[in-house]
Design a protein around this ligand. Sequence first.
Ligand code: F6P
Length: 524
Amino acid sequence: MSTLTSSPAWQALEAHRDAIAATRVDSLFAQDPGRGPALTVACAGLTVDLSKQRLTGETLRLLVALARERDVPGAVERLFTGQPVNNTEGRAALHTALRGDERVTAGGEDVLAHVQRCRERMRSFATAVRDGSWKGATGQPVRHVLALGIGGSYLGPKLAVEALAPLADGPPVRFVANVDPAALDDALAGLDPATTLVVVASKTFTTQETLANALAARDWIVAALGEEAVARHFVAATARAGEAERFGIPACNVFPFADWVGGRFSVWSSVGLPVAIALGMPAFERFLAGAHAVDLEFRSAPPERNAPLLVALAGLWNRDFLGLAVHAVLPYAQRLSSLPGYLQQLEMESLGKAVAADGAAVGVPTCPALFGEAGTLGQHAFYQWLHQGADGAACDFVVVARAMGSREAAHEALLANALAQSEALMTGRSTGDPHRDCPGDRPSTTIVLPALEPAALGALVALYEHKVYAQAVLWGLNAFDQFGVELGKAIAGRILPAFAGDDAALHPATRHLLGLLRRAGPSR
Ligand code: F6P
């Protein structure tokens, strides 16, 4: 038994879980008409309804006791004050400083001053691109932005640009992440090198996919405009300015961010440059402000009303006490269709670990598999599995109160579907026909955004960021490293040369597959 599971709070939760095992959520609503409001918390303009979770007020009280036992409040202070919460890499994780105004130092450096300097540079560049005063090599203004990056250097800006598309009045942005050459080919189609600005976002500036795309885009620019054009058409967002300069991007075109910004927490940094260019710096700053408002609540709200913490606790309850290994994120907003992908990296790269920060096994299941799709598209794909599959999942419904398109009636149809699905998952159906019966009692949270605008989006993303941090503390994990992704990268590095040469050193299984590819593809 691990120290986590042998703790008094954990033991109390196990006993409580067994005591309420036969209680259905539906019946809790019947017993307590005030359940909806009682289990709903406000957070920086968002509203989080936990009343369809399979828990009671007593469950929450016991979960909060666990949070106290695991010293989540102390860990939150360590996060905000720049302590080395990323213990395996010995550094702070200060993404909150990118959107806050509190004084904080990291490694003796005044973080606030650094952040403000970086943001001012972003502001003047984004403004120059938008107003046309930044000219390309032929003297023409920028008409398109090609944003290259992957993982955290891609998912956040893409989510924001898509979600806030109606505010976009700057040059349109095309995002390319995949090393598959088709991705860049498709993005370049119809673009004119003379009016295209390439933003290369990479914390390390060594990521294979991003560098391959950046080199290909560079060739495309140079072939049309000559070598000198690189300085007018390429900028970088990176924590490794030297690497970007070695690539050929002049120092004045490098928008830095600090090492203490984790890749999947970096949309608030210069990685957000495509957002600032597309929407304007004021909108980007409202996005930051929405996140900062959640930071303030996460840092100061009592655990019983602390939305990110309660969402984290409900997730842990579902995973470890109810045994749900899958988490579905269901945004009822077409413009949030990239949210599940964004959260997949945020949650699964941060929490997809079974070894605690001190090197010991956690001893209980951690991060569930996360997937999702915009409602109502998912309803016609995988909801059958949600309703009648053998496993069940915990669901997050993300809904937006104000209509996002021109037709109010269609928006009401969208909302009706969201409400119907969360009700159906809870109530289930008993018909006497086993094929038609739905077990119900499948837990969900509903998060309401008043409108799909920058502050609400910032708040939503920050809510999930802090949920992840709180869960990491509860499980004892370091949320900020990702050593698991390195193995595949290293093996790919060994395999690539074998395409052109000797494959004798490859693993026999890989040699076998490479042989299949050689026979199937004439070029190999
Ligand atoms: O997937 C591994 C990872 O290191 C992510 O954590 C990161 O967001 C992504 O690669 C891209 O890294 P970089 O910004 O350094 O190119």
